[in-house]
Design a binder for this molecule. Structure first.
Ligand code: ZN
Length: 240
């Protein structure tokens, strides 16, 4: 059994479709979404439909939450704010209701999923180093947890202490815990523009983070055609 675990799609349909094709080609039978389906790019409804049609476990991201609310958008960078205002208008009331009903943390089989952190999942903090990871590990009761939010793939392991694992794959060893950022499907920020997601091979207890090329020009043109900020199209090409 293999899970495809993806998140931070941010309304980028071309990137999401690339992940679906690669997951199928690699015999993934089950899907899991770590949140932020919408926000930034121009296909929020299409991405939402694709994820909902999978019938897979999904946790709520901060953009999913903001897109579902009617309260003023505060504490966001101007690009995110502009995109969320646009996203609120382009989603139906039913779609926003569905987003609003998502849970912050879920257990799937023997692993956990969360968008941002396990210690305070609704505060949307960022896990960017091993000290942040330590705080989440204190609230992690399964051997593996998958998360997103930073748009940067990374594997943290807790054994005697907490360390960042080199590279983008790991075996899941008994007696250890793993907190794994699957990277961003639709808007990577680690300098690599390619769509990111993870495959969890349950039989072999192995996790691999994969990167995929897709037709970025189509996504960029849709962003421009929608009247969204040009910067949102440009940043996709540099993975920032
Ligand atoms: Zn995000």
């Amino acid at each position: 059994m293999k899970y495809a675990i993806f998140g931070d799609i941010h309304a980028n349909l071309e990137a999401l479709e690339a992940v679906m094709l690669d997951a199928a080609a690699n015999d993934c039978t089950d899907f899991v979404c770590v949140g932020d389906i919408v926000g930034y790019a121009a296909n929020p409804s299409e991405c939402l439909k694709l994820v909902r049609d999978l019938g897979c476990p999904v946790v709520k991201g901060n953009h999913d939450e903001e897109a579902a609310l009617n309260t003023p958008l505060e504490g966001l960078n101007p690009l995110a704010k502009h995109a969320l205002e646009w996203t609120r208008k382009s989603l139906s009331a039913e779609e926003r209701e569905w987003l609003s009903g998502l849970k912050l943390v879920r257990q799937v089989r023997d692993f956990t999923i969360v968008h941002a952190t396990l210690d305070t999942p609704g505060n949307w903090g960022y896990v960017t180093n091993k000290f942040d990871a330590m705080a989440s590990f204190s609230y992690q009761f399964t051997p593996v947890c998958f998360y997103g939010h930073t748009h940067t793939p990374r594997i943290y392991m807790k054994h005697l202490g907490v360390e960042a694992v080199e590279g983008y794959e790991t075996n899941i060893l008994l007696g250890r815990k793993y907190f794994i950022n699957v990277g961003s499907t639709g808007q990577p920020r680690d300098g690599d523009w390619r769509a990111s997601y993870a495959i969890y091979d349950v039989e072999n207890q192995h996790v691999e983070i994969r990167r995929l090329e897709y037709d970025i020009a189509i996504t960029q043109q849709k962003i421009l055609d929608a009247g969204l900020p040009e910067m949102l199209a440009n940043r996709l090409a540099v993975g920032k």
